[in-house]
Design a protein around this ligand. Structure first.
Ligand code: ATP
Ligand code: MG
Length: 231
């Protein structure tokens, strides 16, 4: 199987450069905060593609059960399907073992020619942790980081942590329209029988209802260990 199988085609014209964004997350479930952030970054940084990358077995968030990777991937696919710049990737859900972003970026680097530049997009909460992630220096050497604002988290603090790390991260800091929502918030609402409408696309709401995710009935249901990524 070629390294590029299942990945968007980029890099064919050697006379130009291509910009590939990677939006990592647990996406349990994906919500409009992720989508708005990715759309804004794609526009501001002129990205050719944003690859949404649900973590297979996330390295952190090991403290709570995470929905099955196939459900998180299906919701990611549904949420991104109507945007020509967005793609959902199975790279991490198919990789055995704990999911590390450094491995993902390395796989992408190997899959594309040098005229494809990698941008790893994270919210202000995740970027502050990234210096402690597994192989942070490797991440810094493989991709430019894009740190986006997120209500309740201080991007300025993240900037200081990144600078103090001395790991040589290249970072763009971007303001995105504030959506004070999280997957945890959606899960709590659903468990309390409250509506998820307008917090995530209708197709995702429908999938959650059809599969019975996050309700009281899901508590005893299928779950794989861990949530989140890294550290
Ligand atoms: P959870 O509550 O389960 O941690 P989450 O909403 O934080 O879920 P993740 O899958 O953990 O979602 O996050 C994936 C990425 O999206 C992270 O880089 C995170 O910072 C970013 N992100 C999530 N929600 C927002 C938001 N509302 N605005 C900006 N960035 C966000
Ligand atoms: Mg999170």
């Amino acid at each position: 199987m070629s390294a590029r199988e299942g990945l968007p085609r980029l890099g064919d014209d050697p006379a130009r450069t291509y910009r590939l964004g990677v939006m990592g997350g647990t996406f349990d479930p994906i919500h409009n905060g992720h989508l708005v952030a990715a759309e804004q970054v794609a526009g501001d940084l002129d990205l050719d593609v944003v690859l949404f990358m649900p973590a297979g077995s996330p390295a952190f968030k090991q403290d709570r059960p995470v929905s099955a990777a196939e459900d998180r991937f299906a919701m990611t696919l549904l949420a991104t399907a109507d945007n020509p710049v967005f793609e959902a990737s199975r790279l991490e859900v198919e990789r055995p073992g704990v999911t590390y972003t450094a491995d993902t970026l390395e796989e992408l680097r190997a899959a594309y020619p040098d005229n494809v530049e990698l941008f790893f997009v994270t919210g202000a909460d995740a970027i502050i942790d990234i210096v402690h992630w597994h192989d942070a220096a490797r991440i810094a050497s493989l991709a430019t980081l894009v740190g986006v604002t997120r209500p309740g988290y201080d991007l300025e603090r993240a900037r200081r942590a990144i600078e103090a790390s001395g790991l040589g991260f290249q970072v763009f800091y971007l303001e995105v329209p504030a959506l004070a929502i999280s997957s945890s918030y959606l899960r709590r609402r659903r468990a309390a029988g409250q509506s998820l409408r307008y917090l995530t696309p209708d197709s995702v709401v429908g999938y959650i209802e059809k599969r019975g995710l996050y309700g009281w009935e899901a508590v005893a249901g299928e779950a794989v260990g861990g949530q989140g990524r890294e550290s």
